[in-house]
Design a protein around this ligand. Structure first.
Ligand code: PLP
Length: 363
């Protein structure tokens, strides 16, 4: 059997030894609930949660109270819909760069959807930003891997409607670039921990003005006092948005993942190299740019699922299909594509092995 080669970091990043050790140590030696006791062990868990939240805040140039832990991007966007409660008369702007997770929660809410045009390079066309009450922006498509100009998009959206609520899906962006919520000036920014090397089940929802919104989930851990008449008074943000027990083990790992990604991101020269090599093959149609964060392509007269099976038989894991991003595939006039995405652990040997498989398919 060939060595296992994982080229699907955009779906989820492999975990480092440090991450696995940190979570195992938490489970073995430090485990307790947070915010639910006064003994030293619970206090240490409280400190850990506070420290990781502060690390997330620094990572995004935010403040402590802006950072809410969620289970991931999809949950966060569904929660934003519950927080904003869009009515059918409200206009929600989306784009064809969106992942299903970014658009469907709003679409299913019954709000009026408008699709922002893309320019010739398939970026959000900042010259054609429409009026919107809510603007959903995918900071980096999981198929095309190109960073969008968020400050400019937000500025233009606010020109059309100063009260627009901007929601940024940063699930892919956060893997490759630093988020600066002050420069972005968006109202909500969401991402998933597992894409940057943390565990599944932990994600981040940044809210610019959390006191402006009512919590969307209720229960333990978010109540400050209950008055004599039985009325509950909630804690201040961020805790009032975190009803129930937090995913503590995953939070302990998120701190490690953040420090690791800040010191080492994936080497995008590997994507450039792959681009150069596959450009030489006639039947290969590349959909992405040389400097994109992912590499997506199709092979003439070959179904992407067939390619996925062949790559799998060589023990190489890549993503094939519509990548939960049907709209951009429709724009490209194809049903699906093949996507290679690299993590900090990938090497040129991995890419060479993949190129061999593609060459074998187009012979
Ligand atoms: N948005 C984008 C751009 C993504 O790439 C993904 C995952 O692939 C998601 C949203 C959904 O993330 P999750 O499944 O972690 O909630």
């Amino acid at each position: 059997m060939n060595k296992f080669i994982y080229l699907d970091a955009a779906a989820t990043m492999l975990k480092s030894e440090r991450l696995v050790d940190a979570q195992a140590e938490f489970l073995r030696e430090k485990y307790a609930n947070s915010g639910r006791g006064v003994c030293a062990r619970v206090g240490a868990v409280d400190d850990m949660v506070r420290d990781v939240r502060n690390a997330v805040a620094r990572f995004m140039n935010a403040k402590y109270e802006n950072i809410i832990f969620t289970s991931g991007t999809t949950e966060a966007i569904n929660r934003i819909v519950n927080i904003l409660k869009p009515t059918p008369d409200l206009v929600v702007a989306v784009s064809d760069l969106d992942h299903h997770s970014a658009r469907l929660p709003f679409q299913m809410s019954g709000a009026k959807m408008v699709v922002v045009p893309l320019d010739e390079q398939l970026n959000i066309d900042t010259e054609q930003i429409p009026y919107a009450d809510i603007f959903v922006v995918t900071a980096m498509s999981n198929v095309l891997g190109v960073a969008q100009n968020i400050p400019e998009i937000v500025r233009r959206a606010r020109e059309k409607n100063p009260n627009v609520v901007v929601v940024v899906d940063a699930a892919q962006y956060v893997v490759h670039k630093s988020i600066d919520v002050i420069a972005w000036d968006a109202d909500f920014v969401v991402w998933s921990g597992h894409k940057i090397g943390a565990d599944t089940g932990i994600g981040v929802m940044y809210i610019k003005n959390p006191s402006r919104f009512m919590p969307d989930k209720f229960g333990g851990g978010m109540v400050n006092t209950v008055s004599r008449d039985g009325v509950a008074h909630f804690m201040s943000p961020p805790e009032c948005f975190e009803a129930g027990t937090l995913p503590l083990t995953q939070i302990s790992g998120l701190g490690v993942a953040i420090s690791e990604i800040q010191s080492k991101r994936a080497d995008l020269n590997l994507i450039g190299y792959l681009y150069d090599e596959l450009s030489k093959l006639e039947r290969v149609k590349i959909l992405t740019r040389r400097d994109a964060c992912v590499f997506s392509f199709v092979i003439d007269d070959m179904h992407v699922l067939d390619f996925g099976v062949i790559a799998g038989a060589h023990n190489i894991c890549v993503r094939v299909g519509n990548m939960c991003a049907s709209w951009i595939h429709r724009v490209l006039n194809i049903d699906g594509s093949i996507r290679v995405s690299v993590g900090p652990y990938n090497t040129k040997d991995d890419i060479d092995a993949f190129i061999d498989v593609v060459q074998g398919c187009v012979k």
